[in-house]
Design a protein around this ligand. Sequence first.
Ligand SMILES: Nc1ncnc2c1ncn2[C@@H]1O[C@H](COP(=O)(O)OP(=O)(O)OP(=O)(O)O)[C@@H](O)[C@H]1O
Ligand SMILES: [Mg+2]
Length: 451
Amino acid sequence: MTRKKEDFGEIIKKDHAERKNLTWSGSFLEYLELVREKPEIYALAHRHMYDLISEAGIIPADEVDGSARSLKLWGDTPPKVYKFFNDEFFGVETALEKIVRYFHAAAMKGEESRQVLYLMGPVGAGKSSISEHLKRKLTEAPPIYVIDGCPIREEPLHLIPRPLREKFNEMLDIQIEGELCPVCRYRLEHEFEGKYERFPVTTTTFSRMHRRGIAVVPPVDPNNQDTSVLIGSEDISKLDQYSEGDPRVLDLNGAFNAGNRGIVEFIEVFKNETEYLHSIITATQEKFVPAPGRHGTIYVDSVILAHSNEAEWRRFKADHTNEAILDRIVTVKVPYNLRLNEEVKIYQKMLSRSGFKSHIAPHTLEVAAMFAVMSRLEKSPKCDVVTKMRLYNGEDVVEKGRTKKIDIQELKEDATNEGMSGISPRFIMKAIDTALTDNPDGITLFTFVMS
Ligand SMILES: Nc1ncnc2c1ncn2[C@@H]1O[C@H](COP(=O)(O)OP(=O)(O)OP(=O)(O)O)[C@@H](O)[C@H]1O
Ligand SMILES: [Mg+2]
């Protein structure tokens, strides 16, 4: 079959036109009219993320793969299956549902909007992939409105002075939150003589590369837990050019500045010193971070996402002095998938993204998946591990001519830590990759096991 040749030029032209359509520039006064027309433009970070998730939709119950909906597996409360996550994640509906619940509550401005979303699970269970996915979806989202030239791309409605807020909230039917950053405050006074209606507003997209609305913080060296990683610094080269207290010296490139309006992700968060964690928690709770030097505070609004494995979580939790921090964290367990069919889908996804194109004989992946899933199951007095695996997969297990009647909900309740240890998909994939490298013509179950 020959592929239809598409014209690169045409595709690029269309792309430019579409992007142009989405961009907007105008004065703050014009922006106010836009918000009046479409108040949903004003969305804090959690609301924005929740809107992206819910706009993608939920897969109707009758279209969901049998095992994901099966009455046997879930009883009367099958999890919702979100399209937003559906092509990427398999067998972890419960964890994803909890994540969505967090965003929902936070979007409604519940306490969750001031709490860290923390993903905890064993190695290779998909924690990083979930946060990558959230970040990628942000970069694909339509642009948001920002104050033109603001170093932290802040919400233009911050320009409305305090005494007018009440009135504007009423007129626009929204609840405006936040304060103007020191840089925009300075510009308002010096460039626009306080005439905020003239301040330029524009649109911008999220970008991980450019750290626009997306910031990632790896564990910081314990000997050098400099807060400038979080809140930025003063540009020393400008200090002799501007007077003290002039916000033009500010270099607002800390994680909270960069991730404003979007996501700030903390990798292996509990590897940081407790002092450092306190700064993270304060920022999350107060939604203000100190500006470097003597420049007051800066309002920030982002989803704070952290992850690490269970061992670190337990170590951290064991220390009572950490209680205040624990109280400000929403923990979502991300265990390994426990359903055979879904495990095969994980490998297929990973294979489709690799360069390996050789043939894999039928059942090879299934056997690998059985091995992985069984390693994750806890022993039960009610049945053996193979039976449990098949029951979890939504299968009927027939013994001596009769279908076994075991309540899966009960099995699950007996095994509270199930899926938190065992063999990871990454481990299996490495074995498959080795087998494929050794057998470029393709692998069979036999060659795979022998590799
Ligand atoms: N339930 C799942 N559905 C789809 N893919 C999965 C699932 N679990 C793991 N994977 C895949 O396994 C690989 C490893 O996952 P990832 O790196 O996100 O794990 P992690 O939890 O961050 O591990 P670590 O603790 O080692 O950092 C990724 O390619 C991921 O997509
Ligand atoms: Mg990871």
